[in-house]
Design a protein around this ligand. Structure first.
Ligand code: NAG
Ligand code: NAG
Length: 361
């Protein structure tokens, strides 16, 4: 076979463009991460990712889409079966307090994001507190456009590299913490066969630890990945209910040095870094930066704009419930006139005196 100049030209063009794709390719924000197994990546997980302000039970300040833009790679969802439309909804504390709508809407948003972010792998972790049947959760997937992306892992197998997952197009890892049915839904995988967790019900910073909490303390941790839970709850009592309130006002400290110390502790205790770090209010503090460092990746800063939270909109009497600074500032402003108001009164008074004086003369 003889090659013409034109053939050689095209051959070079194609080779060079293929090479440039390979060279430039990044996986979850770093080209070095392409060769790391999924289990070796540290993912930042947002606790109840959809529970967005303004709301008393909110754990995050911006939408799931913007969280993904920022570099969050783990989305934690709490399933509640809603009798209203017979589908799984995303609620935090109680649906009456915070209902983020049908799960299929949020899954659709994630699918939409994956479509335009072709080299990213995302993890969805289901908190199935009410033991909803796997088939009901699967129906939410079927009602959304995310199903083609779901990844299947066989228990005990080593995890593939990010590159392998991206190549296969299966870029969404789905874990559920109870009632899995891997025979019918092999992609909705039992979390505790693959991932254990440190305690999640922390109400004091001194309580953060690296103990194996869920599912049982007798698992062999060396075979598993782990979630380091790192968020605090304040607890309020309303009638017979104990409602757990995320602590927005302390996020700076919680997601700062405390988070770094906790991560160092757990990395030492379990002889490996956490695969998942779960936080509230990730836009505050250093959670994204720390995650980037653990992945030897560059931290490019938070892209999304921070949104001021207005907890009063939840319909509660905020003064007695809300621990936020925002409300404290409001209180002080109400109790005594601000400097601005004082100046205004003085200016009006001065005008009045001048006016009276001018009339008099
Ligand atoms: C796992 O992660 C560490 C960084 O924490 C990295 O140095 C190491 O090379 C990774 N291992 C593999 C097999 O990619
Ligand atoms: C880290 O470990 C030290 C020593 O065991 C402990 O005193 C400290 O409270 C831990 N800090 C966190 C945030 O886990």
């Amino acid at each position: 076979m003889e090659l013409s100049v034109v053939d050689v030209f095209w051959f070079l063009c194609i080779t060079i463009s293929l090479l440039s794709v390979v060279v430039n390719a990044e996986c979850n924000g770093g080209s070095h991460l392409c060769n790391w197994p999924y289990s070796n990546i540290t993912h930042l997980v947002t606790h109840d990712s959809y529970a967005v302000s303004p709301n008393l039970a909110a754990t995050q300040e911006i939408s799931v889409l913007k969280q993904l833009d920022d570099g969050v790679r783990g989305i934690k969802l709490s399933a509640v079966f809603s009798a209203r439309d017979s589908s799984v909804h995303l609620c935090h504390s109680f649906c009456e307090v915070l209902d983020a709508g049908p799960a299929s809407d949020t899954l659709d948003q994630i699918a939409f994001w994956l479509e335009s972010n072709t080299r990213e792998v995302v993890t969805i972790m289901w908190n199935n507190l009410y033991n909803i049947d796997a088939s009901d959760i699967a129906r939410s997937y079927e009602a959304s456009s995310i199903l083609p992306y779901v990844f299947i892992h066989k228990e005990g197998d080593p995890w593939p590299t990010l590159h392998e997952m991206i190549q296969s197009g299966k870029r969404v890892v789905n874990f559920i913490d109870s009632k899995p049915n891997e025979v019918d839904y092999p992609w909705l995988m039992y979390q505790f066969a693959r991932v254990f967790e440190t305690p999640y019900e922390n109400t004091k910073a001194e309580n953060f630890n690296c103990n194996i909490d869920r599912v049982a303390s007798d698992v062999n941790p060396s075979d598993l990945m782990y979630v380091m839970n790192h968020f605090l709850y304040g607890v309020i009592d309303i009638a017979a209910f104990k409602i757990q309130i995320p602590m927005r006002n302390r996020a700076e400290t919680i997601n700062g040095q405390l988070l770094i110390d906790h991560t160092n502790n757990c990395t030492l205790v379990h002889a490996k870094k956490p695969s998942f770090i779960e936080v509230d209010f990730y836009t505050v503090g250093e959670a994204l930066q720390l995650t980037a460092e653990l992945n030897n990746a560059e931290f490019l800063g938070i892209k999304s704009e921070k949104i001021e939270s207005h907890l009063g909109a939840a319909g509660f009497h905020v003064n007695s419930l809300s621990p936020t600074k925002h409300v404290e500032i409001d209180n002080t402003e109400n109790s005594s006139p601000s400097l601005f108001e004082k100046i205004n009164i003085q200016v009006i008074f001065a005008f009045l005196v001048t006016y009276l004086y001018l009339i008099a003369v």
